[in-house]
Design a binder for this molecule. Structure first.
Ligand SMILES: Cc1cc2nc3c(=O)[nH]c(=O)nc-3n(C[C@H](O)[C@H](O)[C@H](O)COP(=O)(O)O)c2cc1C
Length: 360
């Protein structure tokens, strides 16, 4: 009912507000016996944290993770894992202006109307800071998937505004993604993207873009039709990420322009194993994984809080002009990459654990 828990077997409950004392998550259903340390989680939090480069916000949050439960002598016990990230950078004065107005493009208005009260500091529960707990849970899911099933998840930036990189998702490695601050594996295009982001920031504006995610080595059979298809759960997870505005599986919206003869992925035998010649369907048929690489694209809108004057309404109901102060991401996409990874890992592990029931 309240919308803060995701997953059926590997179930993640996210809690905390942007500028509260702490944020975190409770993970139920993690298999026992997995070696797990705070370091394993910290790596992913460092990829998500603010202040990591000149293309992200200057807010400096160290995001140190603590595991409170569910791990004994360095191994998961199968009991709930509780994760906490304590807040240090709680400069409420940067955000006091938000208490009196509804920022265009942000969730101040809808939260106020729905709940009749809102924690306006840093956007409270509507802030992307809440993803810190989910990224921590995703780091655990990623590790379990790799160790138990050899499944690997790689996301990267494909597009910033109208700059698009031509990248073969089948060959991108995690190291390729981390080679530059934009997280676009094509160096030349990444530089152009970086310049666009920094130029846009100087103008007080923001830009959007897309993240591509590929999930490799998924066996045939993950997904629970008709309501819990792997495709629909991934779509739901992705559209849950702050500022995400869509989900394109495989060829995505471009399927509308194809003939059936162009779209169908023809089966063939590769060393006795069933494979498909193309992968337009994104690694799924009928919402069930087909053994090919799963791949999808998520578009993110430009950061709503910008340093340009905009028309809006204040809490008294008056029309006003508003120019945001404070420190905001000029482009959320490079920091969205580990968040996409995390949500993809949580969904995939949850479905992998459900799939194992059929294999008993
Ligand atoms: C990694 C990341 C960082 C973000 N940083 C900011 C920010 O600094 N300022 C801001 O106004 N919005 C930021 N956002 C976007 C808002 O959280 C989001 O637009 C807002 O919650 C409204 O939700 P909606 O855009 O999904 O409708 C960020 C989103 C992500 C994914």
């Amino acid at each position: 009912m309240s919308g803060n828990t995701f997953g059926k077997i590997f179930a993640v409950t996210n809690w905390g507000e942007s500028h509260g004392k702490a944020l975190g998550s409770v993970i139920d259903g993690c298999p026992p016996g997995i070696e797990l340390s705070e370091k394993d989680i910290q790596v992913e939090l460092d990829r998500r944290k603010p202040g990591q480069s000149k293309v992200s916000t200057a807010r400096n949050e160290s995001d140190n993770v603590e595991i409170l439960s569910g791990v004994f002598e360095g191994k998961t016990t199968g009991t709930p894992i509780s994760i906490i990230i304590r807040n240090k950078d709680q400069k409420s004065k940067d955000y006091s202006e938000i208490s009196k107005i509804y920022r265009p493009g942000h969730a101040d208005y809808t939260y106020q109307m729905k709940y009749g009260i809102r924690d306006y500091k840093g956007g409270g529960r509507s802030s992307a800071r809440t993803t810190v707990g989910t990224v921590a849970a995703g780091a655990i899911a990623k590790k379990v998937l790799k160790e138990k099933a050899g499944i690997e998840i790689i996301s990267y930036v494909e597009q910033i505004k109208d700059i698009v990189a031509e990248i073969d998702f089948n060959v991108v490695t995690p190291a390729d993604v981390e080679k530059n601050i934009v997280r676009c594996p094509d160096e030349k295009t990444a530089k152009k993207m970086e310049n666009l982001i920094t130029e846009t920031q100087k103008q007080g504006d923001s830009v959007g873009g897309t993240v591509v995610c590929v999930i490799k080595n998924v066996p045939v059979g993950l997904g629970e039709p008709v309501f819990d298809k792997l495709s629909s759960d991934l779509a739901r997870a992705m559209i849950n990420i702050n500022a995400a505005k869509g989900f394109e599986l495989g060829r995505g919206f471009r399927v509308a322009t194809l003939y059936g003869s162009e779209m169908n992925d023809c089966f063939f035998l590769e060393d006795g194993k069933i494979s498909t010649e193309s992968n337009n369907s994104g690694g799924m048929l009928g919402g069930i994984s087909n053994g090919m690489n799963i791949h999808f694209r998520v578009p993110f809108k430009p950061t709503p809080t910008i340093h340009k004057e905009m028309k809006t309404i204040n809490i008294k109901g008056e029309e006003i002009k508003f120019t945001a102060k404070g420190r905001h991401d000029p482009c959320v996409i490079p920091r969205a990459v580990p968040i996409v990874d995390a949500f993809a890992a949580i969904v995939t592990l949850d479905h992998y654990l459900r799939y194992l029931i059929y294999k008993r």
